[in-house]
Design a protein around this ligand. Sequence first.
Ligand code: C6P
Length: 408
Amino acid sequence: MSDLRSLRADFPILSREVNGHKLVYLDSAATTQKPVSVLDAMDRYYRNSNANVHRGAHTLSNEATEMYEGARVKVASFIGAQAAQTVFTRGTTTAINHIAYGWGLDHLGEGDRILVTIAEHHANLVPWQIIARHTGAELVYLELTDDYTVDTSDLEAVLDERVKVVAFSGMSNVTGALGPIDVLGKAARSVGALIVLDAAQLVPHSPVDVTEVDVDFMAFSAHKMLGPTGIGALWGKAERLEEMEPTEGGGEMINMVERQTSTWAPVPHKFEAGTPPIAEAVGFAAAVDYLTAVGMENIALHEQELTTYALERLSEIPDLKVYGPKDVTHRGGTVSFELADIHPHDIATILDQDGIAVRAGHHCARPLMKYLDVPATARASFYLYNVPEEVDLLVDSLMNARRIFGIA
Ligand code: C6P
């Protein structure tokens, strides 16, 4: 197995105890832990360079501005992009709201369709629902195959000129299934629809280059890739960002303000109203540096091996059902499951007693839960710092849950 275990020492939290056990953190799909280099970069920024950006008549402000804009260059180049097309947002949710409001309100109308998949996170559904209500457009859904990947065999039935947006995730936060980026991309192009890629669970786990995937917009969050909460990125094609209206007004995003009207600053600042998350941008850049040094190919390989092992070991547990692809080439390291009729929240509580952190619930994907006909699932999600022994501890603890619930 590709061994990244020496990296664990870079994550201080991984050496803490929970309920008398060494922490086993299997909730990275919710948010990841942070290496010392990210913590230090943010600390250094506050200790040495803290000031507001883009206002600078003084040294600190110039330093802060350089750090903030330097972070943009780093985050952009991590996804093969130009800084000028990379907008800092509060995270994936805010990025998709920018697109839905900023583009959707002006470009959608009665009878238009927004094609999504049943596996979407609420962040890629609710903003479109709101815009649909304002414009008279409607959402149409692709469903799943027996192996939990998006069923594209229905595409012909739903794809026509009424489809103006195709919005889908690069990897499901519930099933771990990878999104059919090429197939949906080609389908969208064939009817001239806008392509929106929710990459919250994709960019942290595998190499992504926006010059190689044909999408109009892509959104992701720093906190899911070793960075801080409170910041993420929206990448867009230049012409799309130009035609998109700002959804927030205020300082920083203007060119000129008159009594009745204003003009906008150039992209990306037109979308960054108010004082931006400067320390967070610095932390985001440090996270990107860390991931780049480890190598995204190595991270993807590590997670594939660990997921293969996890699926093998979980299959040894009687009455355990995994809601996700069996083929690891179709999935990432997020594994949702149910165990007999034990409620997922009870599973999470028992695992927590053993120091193991997993998520239980609807994972902000209620339409998917309904489609799968479950109220909730338990979910273990892996990242570069997880090791096979943690999978073994998970399996032991799940066997213990069976005993506690008197299942033979
Ligand atoms: N999923 C999870 O535990 P934010 O909260 O804006 O950083 O990311 C939203 C989001 C959008 N799309 C996908 C596919 C996601 O997984 C998430 C966040 C977390 O699964 C929190 S609900």
